[in-house]
Design a protein around this ligand. Structure first.
Ligand code: CAA
Length: 379
């Protein structure tokens, strides 16, 4: 295996690093405090080509590989996971699904503005009573002439109010179980579609997470992705790629907390020397660095497999389960290394600890990842 990055991959990583440091870092504390969506930061990310990184340039994307995506996700997430979740959902869940399974008309109409960063997308699967158990969702789409009429509620939708284009998964024939689920492209402004309450969250506070309500929302049949009944498999395939995005987000949160801890431990003195020279702290830094490196390798392996068009089911789930665990462990230790300063907002690590938790929950909980890994091993 080749562990060397190409010149292009290094350039992408460095561009993301510069952007995170020079732009995202300036507003991160204020946006977290006020739960303010980073509209300007996301617009600039789009201009840099980071919102449709892997999409073919003929559909407005940057035509990069998944390894570059992981590198960029890590760099942005080091500074702000609330910005990187919008980037991940747009890239992995929305653009990838449209490029792979959309019709040419759907790609020209919806993918081009999403991949070029002019518009933002959202992926709507979860419901008030259907998160992990995705087949038990209740949103209904009933055929009516050339349209489908959607009724139901979606919950925990990232980019809920900032998006213009929503991929909505709904039941078309509930009696068929997962084979009766379909996927639709719904536009902001379609009659009967309302963006509901915004969640007041523990972490990634500046990303906009909303409930969405569909009441007799008429969606043209031409907005269906794939055939009727394809929606569940479509969602599962999309989520496989999504896991790589969230795994690299978790990796970035851990790396950000680690870098802050090293810096702090070198400058803070106690008992007459920098605290990094006390074994109690040096061992913590060693454990953090080792876990982060292992997480990085899992993320890059999953990305590499995706780029080779090889199966990523197990590798993606392993990367997400492990990296999100590392993010949680490392950020808790980062707060400990910082002592009292870690508990206040100016030092960022308390925010990283709050942000880390969601990576063990969304786009498939850690328990779901273990189901996926277990099934892959045993099948
Ligand atoms: N690729 C292709 N097909 C797949 C697949 C995959 N990765 N995984 C499953 N399928 C297919 C199966 O082959 C099966 O089809 P057949 O009957 O034709 O063989 C069908 O889908 C049903 O599969 P299962 O029997 O395995 O389904 P299940 O009900 O046991 O569920 C699960 C499996 C893995 C637990 C799945 O429900 C799951 O992933 N749940 C988690 C959902 C999730 O991640 N939610 C997060 C919401 S999105 C989000 O958080 C976005 C955000 O805004 C950040």
């Amino acid at each position: 295996m080749d562990f060397q990055l190409t010149e292009e991959q290094i350039a992408v990583r460095d561009a993301a690093r510069d952007f995170a440091k020079n732009v995202v870092a300036k507003t991160v504390l204020e946006r977290d405090e006020n739960q303010r969506f980073g509209e300007d930061e996301i617009r600039q990310l789009g201009e840099l080509g980071f919102m449709g990184m892997m999409v073919d340039p003929k559909y407005g994307g940057s035509g990069m590989d998944t390894v570059s995506y992981v590198l960029a996700m890590e760099e942005i997430s080091k500074v702000d996971a609330a910005i990187s979740v919008t980037m991940s959902v747009n890239n992995s869940l929305v653009c990838w699904g449209l490029e792979k399974f959309g019709t040419e008309e759907q790609k020209m109409k919806y993918l081009v503005p999403l991949a070029s960063g002019q518009k933002i997308g959202a992926f709507c699967l979860s419901e008030p009573e259907a998160g992990s158990d995705a087949t038990s969702q209740r949103t209904m789409a009933v055929k009516d002439g050339d349209d489908y009429i959607l009724n139901g509620t979606k919950n925990w939708i990232t980019n809920g109010s900032s998006a213009s284009t929503y991929i909505v998964i709904a039941q078309t024939k509930p009696e068929l179980g997962h084979k009766g689920i379909s996927a639709f492209i719904v536009e902001r402004g379609m009659e009967g579609f309302v963006v509901g309450a915004k969640e007041n969250k523990l972490g990634i506070r500046s990303s906009d997470t909303h409930t969405l309500l569909f009441t007799d929302c008429r969606v043209p049949a031409e907005n269906m992705i794939g055939e009727e009944g394809f929606g569940f498999k479509f969602a599962m395939m999309i989520l496989e790629g999504g896991r790589i995005g969230i795994a690299s987000q978790a990796l970035g949160i851990a790396s950000g907390a680690f870098e802050a801890s090293v810096e702090y431990a070198k400058t803070r003195t106690a008992f007459g020397k920098p605290i990094c020279e006390h074994q109690a702290i040096a061992f913590k830094l060693a454990d953090m660095a080792t876990s982060i490196e292992a997480a990085r390798l899992l993320c890059l392996q999953a990305a590499y497999l995706k780029d080779q068009h090889l199966p990523i089911t197990k590798a993606g789930a392993m990367a997400k389960e492990f990296s999100s665990r590392v993010a949680m462990e490392v950020t808790v230790e980062a707060v400990q290394v910082h002592g009292g300063y870690g508990f206040v907002k100016e030092y960022h690590v308390e925010r990283m600890m709050r942000d880390a938790k969601i990576t063990q929950i969304y786009e498939g909980t850690s328990e779901i990842q273990k189901i996926v890994i277990g099934r892959s091993i045993l099948k």
